[in-house]
Design a protein around this ligand. Structure first.
Ligand code: ADP
Ligand code: MG
Length: 566
């Protein structure tokens, strides 16, 4: 290993040389307080920036042990440090200088959720952070002096400012870590309390705008639970928390337009993740296996069994092994449910705003006009109770436009002026309607599919692994997966990770496995080695996705070969 001084002289030597000379700084450099690993050097100033790994020994970083004493605290601490590093960058570094990405340091982009990320790890050996840096150039020439300033002055300041206990805002670190641990503890109580979700009193659910994840700051009505649904949960780092429990079973959310129904459901869908202090949804928690279900016309479906929801289609197409490169609203929504069940979902979250009407309801008049033998769809209203009674799968459903669900609901919550009211008994009184139930066949569990891992790949024509994500698509080899309708990916870093995981599956799993077996394998590998186990090198831009989102990507890969097992 060479020291800081030799890095300085290397940079002096290559000053003014062609950009390729930066390859000489690859490797390990010993600084006073830390070790710098230059893992990847970009090929030119416009390419993806260079990747640096910084290792600070435990005694130098000095992070108190109780901050990473258990896994939820550790994830909270690592998440905090990523944010601290991000905040320190503009304070400790000069930024852009020269061509392309020259001069810029950055860490992985992050939202309000606390996720397990590859950018940071804290353990017995100390702290290790992965950041990127645009090595500076004028045109395509090495700017040696600028690089020296970046790596030998700015970088040590950054490390001191963000990764050493003495310079952190210590109360804030504790608040962050305790908040994560508390949310985790609240979520862990849901099952035994018979709940699918919990929304604490005082929570701020609305966001600043439709394109922002920040809380609405002015005019937000804090959440207040209806008395009949109010419960109290315990947490390790403070007094107990009271709020509204959404019970297992079928829950309807009704109310006038613009009264906060979808906002509540979105918050519940995000409750599978922990949130940072100040988000407003810190103590909004949902069972980890909750899945948003929506219509997604145009999606690809490979061999999914949707026969419980949709019978024979025109042209005698079977739906026990539904195949489509362009599913309709109703068939895509049915496939989304079947695949959620296959992956192990225990709760479905459905919003009328994003559902196919003909999949959701079929009222008495329509039943008279279009007889059952002409309609292949068994509407969700006739399946929703069975889902719970047969397999314990709960549904939380926003439905302001039809009363047909009153008879199927265990709980009915009315949102009015952003406040929830328990209107279950009134809705029950109204439930004796003229509509006939349409379940000819009992609900049968959609058969799990076997997939051929070799039927997809993340390699391009030349055999290179390509995993690239933007907000709308994931590119996997030559394939593109549409992400715009997947609501429970909260960060691009999760999408990238899901891509790498599937790349690993395509390369490493030879045999045909059922989808649940495949997801179990992935989870076992995640538990053993973390996300690092799926990628060829330590990238700093990945965050852990749930098994459900991995399944969502797999299910949308065009060309996937899958067929019902058995
Ligand atoms: P619905 O689904 O009932 O039609 P939305 O949930 O879409 O209504 O909410 C309508 C608007 O009200 C949105 O702009 C949303 O941000 C805002 N909103 C939701 N909840 C609150 C709240 N608690 N306080 C203030 N504004 C809210
Ligand atoms: Mg709505």
């Amino acid at each position: 290993m060479c020291d800081q001084q030799s890095l300085r002289s290397t940079l002096q030597r290559i000053d003014g040389a062609g950009y390729g000379a930066y390859k000489d700084i690859r490797g390990e450099w010993k600084f006073g307080d830390f070790t710098l690993h230059v893992d990847h050097v970009q090929g030119d100033p416009f390419a993806a920036p260079s990747r640096l790994r910084i290792a600070v020994p435990a005694d130098v970083a000095g992070l108190p042990r109780d901050l990473w004493a258990n896994s939820s605290r550790k994830v909270g601490l690592e998440d905090y440090l990523v944010r601290a590093l991000d905040r320190a960058i503009p304070q400790c570094t000069k930024g852009s200088r020269g061509s392309g990405k020259s001069g810029r340091f950055s860490v992985v982009a992050h939202g309000p959720c606390v996720l397990r990320r590859t950018a940071m790890s804290v353990g017995e050996d100390g702290v290790e952070a992965v950041i990127t840096c645009g090595l500076p150039a004028a045109g395509r020439r090495v700017l040696g002096k600028q690089a020296t300033a970046m790596l030998l002055d700015e970088l040590p300041r950054l490390v001191t400012g963000a990764l050493m206990w003495t310079s952190l805002v210590q109360d804030e670190v504790y608040t962050h870590v305790r908040c994560t641990e508390d949310a985790e503890a609240l979520r862990a109580q849901l099952r035994s309390r018979g709940l699918v979700a919990f929304v604490n009193r005082g929570a701020v659910l609305p966001r600043a705008s439709g394109v922002s994840e920040r809380p609405l700051s002015r005019g937000a009505v804090p959440f207040a639970p209806p008395e009949s649904l109010e419960i109290t949960l315990e947490r390790p780092n403070g007094p107990s928390v009271s709020g509204m429990g959404i019970p297992q079973g079928v829950t309807l959310v009704v109310g006038g337009g613009y009264h906060g129904k979808s906002t509540l459901l979105t918050a519940v869908s995000r409750g599978v993740y922990n949130h940072v202090p100040g988000d407003g949804r810190e103590f909004v928690v949902t069972v980890p296996e909750a899945m948003v279900i929506r219509a997604e016309d145009g999606r690809n479906v490979s061999g999914t069994d949707i026969s419980s929801f949709i019978g024979e289609l025109p042209g005698k197409q079977s739906t026990a092994r539904f195949q489509s490169e362009n599913a309709s609203g109703s068939t895509s929504q049915a496939a989304n449910i079947a695949e959620a069940l296959e992956a192990g979902a225990s709760a479905l979250l459905v919003d009328e705003d994003t559902s196919a009407t003909n999949f959701m309801i079929r009222d008495a008049r329509m039943q008279q006009l279009v007889s059952k033998d002409k309609e292949p769809i068994t509407p969700f209203v006739d399946r929703v109770r069975e889902l719970y009674e047969a397999w314990g799968v709960s549904t939380v459903l926003v439905m302001g436009g039809s009363g047909d669900y009153f008879g199927s609901a265990d709980t009915v919550i009315m949102m009015h002026e952003y406040r929830p009211y328990d209107v279950t008994s009134r809705a029950r009184q109204l439930a004796n309607d003229q509509r006939r139930a349409e379940t000819a066949q009992p609900l049968s569990k959609p058969r799990a599919r076997h997939v051929v891992p070799k039927s997809f790949s993340a390699r391009d024509r030349r055999g290179k692994r390509v995993v690239r994500a933007d907000h709308a698509t994931l590119r996997l080899g030559n394939a593109r997966v549409d992400l715009t309708k997947l609501h429970q990916f909260v960060e691009l870093s999760q999408v990238r990770a899901a891509g790498h995981i599937l790349a690993w599956v395509a390369d490493n799993i030879g045999e045909q496995l059922s989808v649940p077996e495949l997801l179990d394998r992935v989870e076992a590998q995640l538990a053993r080695e973390g996300l690092e186990g799926f990628v060829p090198a330590r990238y700093g831009d990945l965050a852990e996705p749930r098994r459900f989102e991995i399944a969502c990507v797999l299910n949308r890969v065009r060309g996937l070969q899958a067929k019902p097992s058995g």
